[in-house]
Design a protein around this ligand. Structure first.
Ligand code: PLP
Length: 380
């Protein structure tokens, strides 16, 4: 049988299946006790005061911007190499996303370019910890004025840390993703974290249509005639208790997942450093990389064939790969709406063309890793 190694596979099974029994049997299916348990455990693990579960990282980021009151006339700086959601959420608020270039070494936002893109209208900067590597927050903070909020897009960074502080606690607020390509999953799902109690309170209301009290509070309350007061224009971004139950089980495995990924990432770096046309991702010494993905840079000059060719060769050998992510300024909607050209963001353009994620996840065997390395070396 032909060997197939997927780019990513969720590590879910019997325990997650069993965990869904309780909400299914109790009949409490929407946001309730299991979501609360997941939120508490997530806040403890990431060293933050507040954690609010959402339907995705995208809705989590939207919630943060809305809770901060960001709207028309405001600008929010986002990296040009990121999943499109990071920029889209700014448009959802009627504000303007201003792209900043990224560093080719870390794939993260370049603080020097952020400094160039600041304007009197800048209200926030979204720092994306791409593929699980935290942004150099000290360098970013040095260029961002105090009145401009820094928000973490920690979609890929559950369990990551920077200089001893967990992702999620590195800025004003953060949003995480539990999409199945992330290291822990609830199918779809997200989490907002913050140490700002007022922001948490507003985000909490906005996630439930702007209701001043939760469904659970209302159901448990003594006055059946009481409906919540709605003083804000909110959304329905509530996570279900089925997902919350799965999240509790997955979160308990997060550190083991990351430790295993880190071990194999170090091994990949060791084995593949001898391939001159492949540049390895950075494994930080002052923090933890969450290794949502292992993304290499294919040197366009030195490679035996173009990146896409190499990806096809690997595919034929049964090894799935993907581009790291995309450059937002090259996407049709952004190109047209903002009149952008590839040269506007050369770092993002090159990352778009040259990055390649190779398989790294918790369902791979030692033999699978060896096969990936051997196959890549044969191409060399
Ligand atoms: C950097 C980044 N931001 C945001 C998102 C959106 O996450 P979600 O699918 O949970 O909305 C993703 C998802 O891939 C991502 O990689």
């Amino acid at each position: 049988m032909k060997r197939v190694i997927y780019i990513s596979q969720p590590s879910t099974g019997e325990e997650e299946w069993q965990a869904t029994r309780e909400p299914l049997m109790s009949g409490w299916l929407t946001q309730g006790p299991k979501v609360a348990q997941f939120e508490q455990a997530f806040a403890v693990r990431h060293g933050v005061k507040h954690a609010l579960a959402t339907t995705s990282c995208t809705t989590g980021l939207h919630l943060i911007l809305a809770a901060m009151g960001i709207g028309p006339g405001d600008e929010v700086i986002v990296p040009a190499f990121t999943w499109v959601a990071t920029a889209n959420v700014v448009l959802y608020c009627g504000a303007t996303p201003v792209l900043a270039d990224v560093e080719r070494g870390t794939y993260n936002i370049d603080p020097a370019d952020v400094a160039r893109r600041l304007s009197p209208r800048t209200k926030a900067v979204i720092a994306v910890h791409l593929f699980g590597l935290c942004v150099d927050m000290d360098a970013l903070r040095r260029v961002v004025p105090g009145h401009v909020a820094i928000i973490e897009d920690a979609a890929c960074a559950a369990g990551a840390s920077y200089k001893g502080v967990s992702a999620g606690g590195l800025a004003a607020a953060a949003a995480f993703s539990f999409h199945p390509r992330k290291s822990i999953t609830t199918g779809e799902g997200g989490m907002v974290t913050t140490n700002d109690s007022q922001l948490a309170d507003t985000a909490n209301k906005l996630r439930n249509h702007g209701a001043a009290i939760s469904e659970e509070q209302r159901h448990k309350g003594p006055r059946p005639y009481l409906l919540a007061e709605f003083n804000l224009l909110g959304f329905n971004y509530r996570m279900t208790d089925l997902q919350g139950a799965v999240g509790v089980v997955q979160l308990a495995k997060l550190d083991r997942f990351i430790a295993e990924r880190d071990k194999w990432a170090a091994w990949y770096i060791d084995e593949l450093s001898s391939v001159p046309w492949l540049r390895m991702p950075i494994r930080p010494t002052d923090g933890t990389h969450a290794w949502q993905a292992f993304v290499v840079f294919v040197d366009a000059e030195g490679a035996p064939s173009p990146r896409n060719d190499i990806m096809e060769q690997l595919q034929r050998a049964g090894i799935s790969t993907r581009p790291g992510t995309h450059a937002v300024h090259l996407l049709g909607y952004y190109r047209e709406r903002f009149g952008l050209t590839p040269e506007d963001y050369p770092g993002a353009r090159d990352c778009d063309a040259c990055t390649m994620a190779i398989p790294l996840h918790n369902r791979m065997s030692a033999d699978d890793y060896r096969y990936v390395v051997d196959t890549l070396k044969k191409i060399a």
